[in-house]
Design a protein around this ligand. Structure first.
Ligand code: ADP
Ligand code: ZN
Length: 736
């Protein structure tokens, strides 16, 4: 029997920030009710949903007779430990996000839908031994079976249902038939974990690496945030590996976070073969079952290392001993929708709670991290030399004012490309704009074709013959004539990657050119194939967006051309120059990693810009101190803290009224702050909805936290808040 006052605080997946109160199920032993159990509860008029028990108390603000009873308890023990629960609680308090997004949204989907929490095996299929000729004869009359058979055969590894679904529809029946014919057989494997059979031997660390490793490993039982500030190619990965080895010796697990783009097969394989042990991976490409398996195995301590993108941060560990955040400056650590959080910032908190070291690695750290080093909050570990002994490339800034251009390229850059082709060396060109031309306009009247839903210019994609809106995804056929003056001289202005490839193909008809951007890598696995081709020397020139800049090794590249930087030097967003500097250093870091030295060629209309000059000297330290000085002078983060409220609705007035009312609520607050807006963001309309923003700024985090804790519940009470879609972004990374 339960005491008359037992109240259960339950998180339910709703957009509301509140936690719901329930009574325990009838006739249950109350002592089994502990936090982190899943419960099935009645919700709304007639729905039953799965919630997570947060707390058992005797307090409620609701009259008892109005409380509903929990219908059933799904688990006999908590699905994860206290450590993760505290972590989630803290994250919720810091970001002021709806509880459902934090406590449920971060769990594998199968947990939220009530699955049994058992590691289960995953089906994979491989070819059974069969003589080739016979087989094709055998399958002559069933093209689908043959296609599937050939596809499986073309892979060395068994394929999962997910991999088959990527390529085939309705493949189960033909596959069953193949199984019956004993051409294909099912292998059952526990997923997620694999051990490499090839073990690479240890490298001898250089003194800087040695110093970094010994600093980190000397105190494995303490919170110890370290910024591993190492130029591209300085051997940061080796430092991670040595530290992980130490942690494993102590019978603990390691979590390695990577940017979305960094988790390539190449990287995973390297890790496996260096550590020679089981590695689990977690990223958005997993099936629900794979994700759950990895989550469970990590929770139960059945794997030593988890490599993953930002969502891996929400995995429970049996005994976490180290966190690594590679490329800590990368924007993909920030989740920009639903639950807005920074996985890097939260990783620090998690390490703090677990009292373990955390390594933030980067060649181009964020201003926040450099500032934290200055404040004495992080320890800085520098790697100033390339580990292989190769030289950093020379950086040349080419003044293109008044110069002849062929498409996006200056004559002198083209000359360099030609020389490089003659030498049979690879060239990497960086142009951060996908599509063919960013502007499509009428030559007669100057009208620019804009997205009807966002009112911003659309990009012409020659491959589809359509105009694409890069903000909402809207597409339309190119108009034959101007919608404004009916003129028939429509022209394309500016250069995207597709157009640049066209220019290069005309100029260098024999060169093998590969384009890498979001459009060309949309198909699963295509990025991997392209990277492989590049590394096998099957590509002469690669041109791409920022996808090319990050984390990849291209030992054969000796010339890097950066087509457009002027944009980043003169943007309204104060973070644009930070990002541009990081990109230039990262792209430059791709050059000359092999035994030949490299050259970087930057085209600019502002060759004397102080920021460009520091980059030319490979002096990211100087670059960042210029930026930080600017931020200090203007009172911007990291010298202040910000929170942004975004509102959108199909009426401009409604968005504005809501934010005005929200702003008025602040007037009574005794906590010192600045507030800006409501203002119109750079992209005023998105997918047909009008957007407005309100920016809040305080001197430090503590003040911001206190202010938001007062303010957000009041905002939720506003009538006008129910008529718009709004969201809160603490520590926003952009104002779009
Ligand atoms: P980063 O991540 O800092 O850009 P990597 O960790 O990828 O650099 O290392 C760059 C290259 O240097 C790799 O090929 C790696 O194998 C090599 N390397 C790292 N440490 C050493 C070392 N101590 N001795 C020799 N080569 C090393
Ligand atoms: Zn649009």
């Amino acid at each position: 029997m339960h005491s008359p006052n037992c109240i259960l605080k339950v998180v339910i997946d709703t957009p509301l920030r509140k936690i719901f109160d329930y009574l325990p199920p009838a006739n249950i032993d109350e002592s089994i009710l502990v936090p982190a159990l899943r419960l099935r509860v009645p919700f709304g008029k007639s729905k039953k949903v799965i919630g997570l028990l947060l707390e058992v108390t005797d307090k409620t603000g609701i009259p008892r007779h109005k409380l509903k009873r929990v219908e059933s308890v799904l688990d006999s023990e908590p699905i994860f430990g206290q450590e993760l629960l505290y972590f989630m609680q803290w994250a919720r308090d810091y970001y002021h996000q709806p509880a459902g997004d934090v406590f449920l949204g971060t769990l594998p989907r199968l947990i939220r839908t009530g699955s049994n929490l058992e590691v289960s095996s995953i089906e994979k299929w491989e070819i059974s031994e069969v003589v080739e000729k016979q087989t094709s004869e055998f399958l002559k009359n069933s093209p689908k079976q043959k296609a599937i058979y050939d596809y499986i055969k073309s892979h060395k590894q068994p394929l999962t249902s997910g991999q088959l679904s990527d390529v085939f529809t309705n493949w189960r029946i033909p596959l069953k038939q193949l199984e019956r014919k004993k051409l294909v057989s099912k292998v059952t494997q526990e997923n997620g974990i694999s051990i490499s059979n090839k073990i690479l031997s240890d490298l001898k660390l250089n003194p800087e690496q040695e110093q970094a490793v010994s600093t980190i490993t000397s105190r494995l039982n303490d919170y110890q945030p370290c910024l591993l500030y190492g130029i591209t190619g300085s051997g940061k990965t080796e430092v991670y590996i040595k530290c992980i080895q130490e942690v494993i010796k102590n019978n603990r697990q390691a979590l390695v976070l990577l940017p979305e783009i960094g988790l390539t097969t190449q990287f995973i394989n390297y890790f496996k073969s260096r550590l020679g042990l089981e590695i689990a991976v977690m990223h958005s490409g997993l099936t629900d079952r794979e994700r759950l398996n990895t989550w469970l195995r990590t929770r139960d301590g059945n794997n030593r290392v988890l490599l993953g993108t930002r969502s891996a941060l929400w995995t429970p560990f049996k005994k976490l001993g180290l966190i690594v955040v590679d490329e800590e400056h990368d924007l993909s650590y920030k989740q920009q929708e639903n639950f807005r959080y920074s996985a890097r910032d939260l990783a620090l908190l998690r390490a703090h709670q677990a009292r373990i070291p955390i390594i933030l690695g980067s060649a181009t750290p964020s201003m926040e991290s450099i500032y934290n080093v200055m404040q004495g909050k992080y320890r800085e570990l520098c790697l100033g030399r390339r580990a292989t002994g190769s030289r950093l490339p020379d950086i040349l800034i080419k003044d293109i004012r008044g110069k002849n251009m062929t498409g996006a390229f200056s004559t002198s850059l083209l000359k360099q490309i030609e020389i490089n082709l003659q030498k049979n060396e690879q060239t990497l060109l960086f142009l951060n704009r996908r599509g063919f031309a960013p502007v499509y306009m009428c030559h007669d009247c100057g009208a620019i074709i804009k997205c009807p839903r966002c009112e911003i210019r659309m990009t012409y994609h020659k491959s589809t013959g359509r105009l694409h809106c890069h903000h909402c995804g809207h597409q339309e056929r190119i108009p034959g004539q101007c919608p404004q003056c009916s003129g028939e001289n429509m022209i394309e202005i500016g250069h995207g990657t597709q157009r640049a490839v066209e220019t290069l193909e005309t100029l260098f008809p024999k060169a093998r050119i590969s384009r890498i951007d979001r459009d060309s890598t949309r198909r699963k696995g295509s990025m991997e194939t392209m990277l492989k081709d590049i590394n096998e020397g099957k590509v002469d020139i690669m041109i791409g967006t920022q996808m090319l800049a990050k984390g990849h090794h291209f030992p054969g590249v000796t010339l890097v051309g950066i087509i457009d930087t002027d944009h980043g030097l003169h943007s309204a967003d104060y973070r644009a120059s930070e990002r541009m500097g990081q990109l230039i250093m990262q792209v430059s870091g791709r050059a000359g990693r092999g035994d030949k030295s490299g050259m970087v060629y930057i085209q600019s209309h502002f060759p004397d810009h102080p920021l460009l000059l520091t980059l030319k000297a490979h002096d990211y330290k100087q670059y960042s101190s210029l930026l930080l000085k600017e931020r200090a002078d203007t009172g911007l983060p990291p010298y202040t803290c910000q929170a942004l409220i975004r509102a959108e609705s199909n009426s401009k007035e409604r968005s504005q009224r809501f934010l005005q009312e929200a702003r008025q609520l602040l007037a009574g607050s005794g906590i010192s702050h600045d507030v800006f807006g409501p203002f119109i963001p750079p992209i005023e309309k998105r997918a047909g909805r009008y957007r407005m923003q309100l920016l809040l700024q305080t001197e430090n985090r503590k003040l911001l936290g206190k202010l938001l804790a007062e303010w957000i519940p009041e905002i939720e009470q506003l009538q006008s808040s129910r008529k718009v879609r709004w969201s809160l972004d603490v520590d926003p990374q952009d104002m779009l």
